[in-house]
Design a protein around this ligand. Sequence first.
Ligand SMILES: Cc1cc2nc3c(=O)[nH]c(=O)nc-3n(C[C@H](O)[C@H](O)[C@H](O)COP(=O)(O)OP(=O)(O)OC[C@H]3O[C@@H](n4cnc5c(N)ncnc54)[C@H](O)[C@@H]3O)c2cc1C
Length: 342
Amino acid sequence: MACTDDVLIVGRGIAGAMLTEVLRSRGLRVHVFDVPRPGAASRVAAGVVNPVVLRRDVPSWRAAELLPLAARTYTAFGERHGLRVWHPTELVKLFPTPKEAEQWRRAMDDTATAPFIDQRAQPEVEAAPIAAPHGHGTVVRSAWLDVPALLDAQRAELLRDGALTEVEVAQVREEADAVHIHARSAPLMIWCNGAFGDVAGLVPVKGEGLTVRIPGLRLTRMVHRGVFLLPTPALGPEVYRVGATFKWDEVWAGATEEGRRWLLEKVARITDRLVEPLDQWAGVRPAAKDRRPLLGRITARQAVLNGLGSRGVLLAPWCAQHLAVHLFDGLALDPEVDVARG
Ligand SMILES: Cc1cc2nc3c(=O)[nH]c(=O)nc-3n(C[C@H](O)[C@H](O)[C@H](O)COP(=O)(O)OP(=O)(O)OC[C@H]3O[C@@H](n4cnc5c(N)ncnc54)[C@H](O)[C@@H]3O)c2cc1C
């Protein structure tokens, strides 16, 4: 019997959303199944795209390759939908110690890191009520993605095209020539179910964040000291998103008082202004043991796109492209991201 589709996708966070874009642009008939489960990561992600590992001041994995692709992909998505979802912005790292200031100066001389950072003046930050006794450095090529806006725009399009079913997938039936989910069938299905996935090497890591109002801070760019403070004027004047915690146990417990206290303590190290919490959010990152994405086939007719960890926004466009050329053009998977690496 003929299949209803070419590919079935389960899960539509940023991984499933980007894979859907890539496969549909190839002219494939894609049908997506997704329900918003508590703990899903993309809906709570601040959307920060930072190409530098701020603990060590080195580029994140393949940042030089991934960042331009992410910028192109999300900008094009926005243009197609008449939206602005990709927002380039500077990220100002506040140095907590003289040692970190020195580490930054050394990183500026490193050819791999230099394209991403500098130590320009930041009059806005210098004038703000912010504690930076050891100075600051700027990540010049950072950005943030409005993840909910992207997901909502794609949802509307897929529903219009009859390409999305918002139900829980409890069962998948794999036969010799097709995979069946509810009433749909295809020669291939791809799991994009994030931390809910059952993939060898996947480690769920909980993250919590806050939305806060800080009257008088008046920042238009991101700052970072232990946590990000991301100005979010769309949510109201002087409103910021703060994130995030990292926790490896009790990952499905949702937002906690402990997480809220930890985040507020971090903000208090950035500014002594009054901080008014407005909202708290929690999700579970689909991290991999070795911090690399998990891509590839797991059975004859099932594949995965997972393991995006804490950098899903930066990684998703590249992973979606890479998996597509592997599955449909027969190119070998990069061994670093091959799910079969165990
Ligand atoms: C607090 C927090 C802050 C973060 N901040 C950032 C950030 O600033 N920048 C950044 O790049 N990354 C950030 N991350 C990480 C980022 O959220 C993840 O890398 C990314 O969202 C993972 O996307 P995903 O699509 O793999 O998983 P998810 O977003 O979890 O998507 C999986 C989807 O599959 C659905 N699903 C699962 N099982 C089924 C089923 N059986 N049937 C139907 N549907 C199913 C889920 O409901 C969900 O919709 C943050 C994470 C957290 C928790």
